[in-house]
Unconditional design. Structure first.
Length: 401
């Protein structure tokens, strides 16, 4: 298939994985000298009629300096691809091309990736929203100390929270960092603190052992100031991404309802919301052991285990797009043949908005994604262009059949 036809299929969201790979390899080798560069410029020109003046300004800026902008974005995409490859994770689906393909220059400018959706003129009008009601989530958390004291954490405030002579919790632009000078097993050190991120918020935490944790919206993490026993154990509700500091002598344990995850040093994502049917553990680097009451599953990079909270069954490991699943940590909603119900649950938590169904929910699946900083108005527009009827009414996102 010729490149122009391949690019047209890409814009329509109908490329196979093999075709997308071919397109990616072409841009990696040709860069801004690709014969498709003029096609990209034409696509940008077609998208200048945007309802969002900020997006239109960004597109207009690109049209005035296409070559230099194209080259800069290509360099950025190649660096992101190099970073992704260093994780040695098998990546499938459309989201990886956000990080690698210069063909996505249009999407990078508007802050939106392509959905697999039909196009119709009547769906292009801006969604009617109650102004300034709902915004994308922000970095914010509530820290509940072992003694019950609660502190609201914001990244733009630098605070030192002292808990006796041996414990400091430092809050700043990079989240909350716990430092403990003593490793003795004393009550103040071993007592649990809780970091909570209500709907519409997220936060980063560095534990005393150097482990980094990104906490997604609607989640909480219980942790001690210092890991003084034979293991490093924390408790999670909701979703978190972990980069565990290696310590072969002290395993890192994530306790979940009826499930335990054991690692020595690795990168993985856990999604364990109590109102969802499955607990999902996804591995990006290293090795993970997931244990239920009656069995254990070992994961390799690029694999996921699922534990059914309905029938208490732990599934075998299966290959998944691990990088896409953890994309929320880097500010991206990423969907790979994702059921509409799961899409709406994620939107509900991040935008802190209740979703109401009027009639039967359509049986739809999505591939693609968009930036988590996108406004709710932009998200509703995407849903409408995907033939999902919706609007905001009485501070709720209403979905119609």
């Amino acid at each position: 298939m010729d490149l122009e036809s391949l690019y047209t299929k890409f814009l329509a969201g109908t490329c196979s994985d093999a075709e997308l790979r071919s397109l990616l390899e072409h841009f990696e080798s040709e860069g801004q000298h690709s014969p498709l560069a003029s096609k990209i410029t034409a696509t940008l020109q077609e998208n200048t009629e945007l309802s969002d003046p900020v997006l239109k300004k960004r597109v207009d800026k690109l049209l005035g300096q296409t070559d230099s902008y194209f080259e800069a974005l290509l360099q950025q995409s190649q660096q992101r691809l190099s970073d992704r490859r260093s994780t040695k994770v098998s990546i499938h689906g459309y989201w990886k091309y956000y990080a690698a393909a210069a063909a996505l220059i249009v999407c990078l400018l508007t802050g939106l990736l392509f959905w697999q959706r039909p196009s119709s003129e009547e769906n292009r009008s801006a969604a009617a929203l109650e102004p300034n009601t709902f915004s994308p989530g922000t970095d914010k958390a509530i820290l509940t100390l072992a003694d019950g004291k609660q502190i609201v954490l914001l990244p733009n405030s630098q605070d030192t929270i002292s808990r006796g002579p041996d414990i400091n919790m430092l809050n700043g632009p990079d989240g909350l960092a716990v430092t403990a000078r003593s490793k003795q097993d004393v009550p103040m050190l071993s007592a649990s603190n809780t970091l909570s991120t209500p709907n519409g918020t997220q936060y980063k935490l560095q534990l005393a052992d150097g482990t980094k944790v990104w906490l997604n919206a609607g989640s909480s993490l219980k942790f001690p100031a210092v890991f003084s026993g034979k293991t490093r154990q924390i408790e999670l509700t909701g979703e978190a991404y972990f980069e565990v500091a290696h310590n072969a002598d002290k395993p890192f344990l994530v306790s979940l309802p009826k499930l335990k995850i054991e690692v020595l040093g690795t990168h993985f994502n856990v999604k364990a919301y109590p109102n969802e049917s499955n607990i999902e553990t996804t591995l990006l680097q290293g090795a993970v052991k997931v244990s239920s009451k009656d069995r254990a599953v070992f994961l390799k990079p690029g694999e996921q285990s699922r534990y059914s909270q309905t029938n208490a069954q732990l599934s075998e490991a299966q290959a998944v797009d691990a990088t896409a699943i953890a994309a929320w940590r880097e500010g991206i909603f990423s969907f790979n043949n994702t059921d509409i119900r799961e899409v709406l649950r994620q939107l509900s938590r991040w935008y802190n908005i209740q979703i109401v169904f009027r009639g039967k929910l359509p049986d739809r699946r999505f591939s693609g994604g968009f930036e988590r900083r996108a406004s709710l108005e932009q998200v509703i527009q995407i849903l409408k262009e995907s033939n999902i009827k919706c609007t905001v009414k009485d501070n709720k996102l209403v979905i119609y059949d």
